[in-house]
Design a protein around this ligand. Structure first.
Ligand code: AMP
Ligand code: MG
Length: 391
């Protein structure tokens, strides 16, 4: 049986996604949310010509002019008086340019005598003036649907006149680690036990992908307990992420539990290293992932398959743009699986982070991405170009 490639498996995941409903989100709570509408500027921003400097609003003209000061324009308090040939208005940064004025001379170039000011420099038209609409134009689309809202995007939405925006609902994720050997972080370990790291890494990855984690924990390798824990996880979650127990060993109960709970298998196993036993299925609109238990495999398969699902649920672009880099060192190729090698990127070069065993979680530290080493014979030489999935 030929296994699905990474891209084929990911396409199957994305095809199974039913986008979440949208809701109004106050801008104050919109960081990292995915915009579900285009945002247009309701008016020009800035809404009026104003000064880029503290100084004097004047009519353009030569240096050496002495003008009477007839008023003041401050940010939020226009002068209410026009500027003529012989007059100037004191102006602050952001103050509206008075009628009649077409330029501002900054304080540093003016001799301020209280009632009059002498201009020590020539003033070309438009000097130190910010035109109306030179940031955002009324009616222009300033943010598009699918944008993940950054601090700047939130600011632009506010400047554009919005107090709230339409966003996809935040996906709800349940995380469940399976394994008799697992103990809580910090617990004393008996022989053969280890600390459950997957529940934490998968929770953190889910949050970083814009989800809220509604439950996270672990369950022993018992058929009934596994089924009950997955049944609970399925309640109220849009996405269930199970780690471990998806292989074919006598203590791997996840697949039979999922089948018993009516989760329909879409695929099991991908031509990928690490991460071959990855399982994906659906129950109604709920997406269910069975990720391999090895800590690196769990993180890699989350990045490759769960992260795109969370993006697609929110209406964002599902597949992150892959970078290109050249290998700093030669890497062996796996005969029939594409390999995700954890790499650092520097100057367009990809350097493995260290030993790459699927249990060696330290190989994820400092990894900027996963270099995809395509399956094949022999090795990929240093200098070969590879695609890199951002981590
Ligand atoms: P499994 O996929 O259940 O066969 O587990 C594969 C390997 O990953 C085994 O060495 C497990 O001990 C380890 N492992 C499974 N789950 C976790 C976890 N939550 N945290 C850390 N290691 C795990
Ligand atoms: Mg296990």
């Amino acid at each position: 049986m030929t296994l699905l490639s990474i891209d084929e498996a990911r396409a199957r995941v994305v095809a199974a996604v039913r986008p979440l409903e949208v809701e109004d989100v106050a801008l104050d709570g919109a960081l990292d949310r995915v915009l579900a509408e285009d945002v247009t500027a309701t008016a020009d921003v800035p809404g009026f010509a104003n000064s880029a400097m503290d100084g004097f609003a004047v009519r353009s003209g030569p240096a050496g002019r002495r003008l009477s000061i007839v008023g003041e324009s401050r940010a939020g308090a226009p002068a209410g008086v026009a500027v003529g040939d012989g007059t100037a208005v004191r102006i602050s940064t952001g103050g509206a340019l008075p009628d009649g004025a077409d330029a501002v001379l900054q304080l540093e170039l003016a001799d301020d005598a209280g009632d009059t000011v002498t201009l020590r420099d020539a003033v070309p038209p438009g000097r130190n003036v910010r035109d109306a609409g030179d940031d955002l134009r009324a009616g222009a689309t300033v943010l598009t649907a699918g944008t993940v809202l950054s601090p700047a995007a939130i600011g632009v939405a506010a400047a554009a006149g919005r107090a709230s925006v339409r966003c996809a609902r935040v996906p709800r994720v349940a995380v469940l680690a399976t394994g008799d050997e697992l103990r809580e972080p910090g617990a004393l370990l008996e022989p053969g036990q280890l600390h459950d790291s997957n529940a934490l890494t998968l929770t953190a990855l889910a949050r970083r992908a814009g989800a809220v984690v509604v439950s996270a924990g672990h369950v022993a390798d018992r058929q009934d307990a596994t089924r009950e824990a997955i049944a609970r996880a399925l309640e109220g979650a849009d996405v269930v992420v199970v780690s471990g127990g998806v292989s074919v060993g006598p203590h791997d109960h996840v697949k039979p539990a999922l089948t018993a709970l009516g989760v329909r298998e879409d695929f099991w196993r991908v031509a990928l290293r690490p991460g071959k036993p990855t399982w994906f299925g659906t129950r109604g609109a709920t997406l269910v992932f069975g990720l391999p238990g090895n800590p690196v495999s769990a993180m890699v398969t989350f990045l490759l398959f769960v992260r795109p699902a969370l993006a697609a649920l929110q209406g964002a672009s599902a597949v992150p743009e892959r970078l290109r880099a050249v290998l700093a060192v030669a890497l062996p190729r796996h005969a029939d699986r594409d390999e995700c090698v954890r790499v650092r990127l520097h100057d367009g070069r990809a350097t493995p982070t260290g030993p790459q065993g699927s249990h060696q979680l330290s190989s994820m530290l400092g990894a900027d991405g996963l270099a995809i080493v395509p399956r094949g014979e022999g090795e990929l030489p240093a200098g070969a170009e590879v695609e890199v999935e951002p981590a």
